[in-house]
Write a protein that binds this ligand. Structure first.
Ligand SMILES: *Cc1c(COP(=O)(O)O)cnc(C)c1O
Length: 360
C-alpha cells in the first residue's frame, strides 16, 4: 500500500497486525477470533448500564483504582502490582516500550506465537530474534533459556498457553526462563490461561523480572469492552504508569472500569463459563479426531488442527461457504496446513462438525 508523502516517513515501514475478520453474516458460526461464545456476566452488564446512567460527563478515574483493587485482591497482590490498559494489546504495546528497548539488543520470542509481538517490535524499533518451536510445535524453553543466559538480549516474550498452538508450559519452565534471564524482563502473556493453563501470577512476589499479562477479552467474555491487565513488582508497574501517562491518561472509560470490576466480582459465572468452554473443547477434540484430524493438545479456548488429506486453506474457504468461520494462517509455512478453531457453544461445535463431515 502506498503511503502519502504527507506522513512521517516511519509510517511507510510499519507492518500492522491483521485481525481476524468480523463479518456481519446472519446465522454465522464464528469460530475465528477466540471470543468467548457466552455473553458477559449479567452483573457486568448491569454495572455498565448503571455507569452509563451516572457521570459520563465527567472523566473517569485515570488510575482505575477501584478496578485495580478488585483485581489485586483476587490475586492476593498489592494494588501497586497491578496495571490496567485498553485491552491487553495496549498493555503489551506499553510493556514493549517500557522494557524491551535496549540499544539494539534483540527481544527473544518463539518463531510461532501471537503475531502482534513482532508488530510492536516494528513500531518501537526493537529487533526480534525468533527461536524455532520444537518438533511437536511446543516452545523450546531449553533453547530460549540458553540463549537468554548468554546476555545481549532485550528480554523474552511468550504466550502461555501459546497462540495459535494452544500448547501450555508448566510453571517450572517459566521459572527456568526467569532464572536464566534475571537482568531483563520476561513477559508471559496469559490471554488463555483461565481455560486450563498454569498461571505465573503467583511468581510475581519472587521474581522482579516477571511481567504477566491478562485480558478480559477471552475468559471473561468482554472482548468488546477492551480491558487488559499486567501483574508485576512495583518498579515494573511504575514504569508502565509512566509510559501510559505519557500517552493517554484515561485509557479505560467509566463503562469499562465498572464492567470489568463487576466481572471480577462474579467469580461463579466466570468459573462456570470457563468450565463449559473447556468441556466443549474436549468434546470437539474427539469429534475432530473421529473425522481424521490431527489435533494439538490445547489448554486454551481453541484447537489447532490439520487434516492429512485436505488442504487447510481450501477447508477454511469451504467452511466459509457453509457460514462457518475458522482462522487459517498462510504464514509461516510450517503452520500453513493448520486451522485454528475457537471453541464455541455445544450447538456451534455441532454445526462445525456437521459442516466438516460433508467435506472430509
Ligand atoms: C487475544 C489476545 C490478546 C489481545 O487481547 P485484547 O485484550 O483483546 O487486546 C493478547 N495476546 C494474545 C496471545 C491473544 O490471543
Amino acid at each position: 500500500m502506498s503511503v502519502s508523502s504527507l506522513c512521517s516517513p516511519v509510517v511507510a515501514g510499519l507492518q500492522p497486525y491483521v485481525p481476524g475478520e468480523q463479518p456481519r453474516i446472519p446465522g454465522l458460526v464464528k469460530l475465528n477470533t477466540n471470543e468467548n461464545p457466552y455473553p458477559p456476566s449479567p452483573r457486568a452488564l448491569a454495572a455498565i448500564a448503571q455507569a452509563a446512567q451516572q457521570g459520563l460527563q465527567l472523566y473517569p478515574d485515570p488510575q482505575s483504582l477501584a478496578l485495580r483493587e478488585t483485581i489485586a485482591a483476587r490475586h492476593g497482590l498489592d494494588v501497586g502490582q497491578v496495571f490496567v490498559g485498553n485491552g491487553s494489546d495496549e498493555v503489551l504495546a506499553h510493556a514493549f516500550f517500557a522494557f524491551f528497548q535496549h540499544a539494539g539488543a534483540p527481544l527473544l520470542m518463539p518463531d510461532i506465537t501471537y503475531s502482534f509481538y513482532r508488530v510492536y517490535c516494528g513500531l518501537w524499533g526493537i529487533a526480534a530474534e525468533l527461536q524455532p518451536l520444537d518438533a511437536g510445535l511446543g516452545i523450546d524453553v531449553d533453547q530460549l533459556a540458553a540463549r537468554s543466559a548468554q546476555g545481549a538480549c532485550a528480554g523474552v516474550v511468550l504466550a502461555n498457553p501459546n497462540a495459535p498452538t494452544g500448547i501450555g508450559l508448566p510453571l517450572a519452565r517459566i521459572e527456568q526462563l526467569l532464572q536464566a534471564c534475571p537482568q531483563r524482563v520476561v513477559l508471559v502473556d496469559e490471554a488463555y490461561v483461565d481455560f486450563g493453563g498454569e498461571s505465573a501470577v503467583g511468581l510475581v512476589a519472587r521474581y522482579p523480572n516477571l511481567l504477566v499479562v491478562h485480558t478480559l477479552s477471552k475468559s471473561r467474555s468482554l472482548a468488546g469492552l477492551r480491558v487488559g491487565v499486567a501483574f508485576g513488582q512495583r518498579p515494573l508497574i511504575d514504569a508502565l504508569e509512566r509510559v501510559k501517562d505519557s500517552f493517554n491518561s484515561y485509557p479505560l472509560d467509566r463503562l469499562a472500569q465498572a464492567g470489568a470490576r463487576a466481572a471480577y466480582e462474579d467469580e461463579a459465572y466466570f468459573e462456570q463459563t470457563c468450565r463449559a468452554v473447556a468441556q466443549s473443547r474436549e468434546g470437539l477434540l474427539l469429534a475432530l479426531e473421529d473425522l481424521g484430524f490431527v489435533v494439538l493438545p490445547s489448554q486454551a479456548n481453541f484447537l489447532f488442527v490439520r487434516h492429512p488429506d485436505h488442504d487447510a486453506a481450501t477447508l477454511a474457504a469451504q467452511l466459509r461457504e457453509r457460514a462457518v468461520l475458522v482462522r487459517h494462517f498462510a504464514r509461516p509455512e510450517r503452520i500453513a496446513q493448520y486451522l485454528r478453531i475457537s471453541v464455541g457453544t455445544p450447538a456451534q461445535c455441532d454445526a462445525l462438525v456437521q459442516a466438516l463431515r460433508a467435506l472430509v
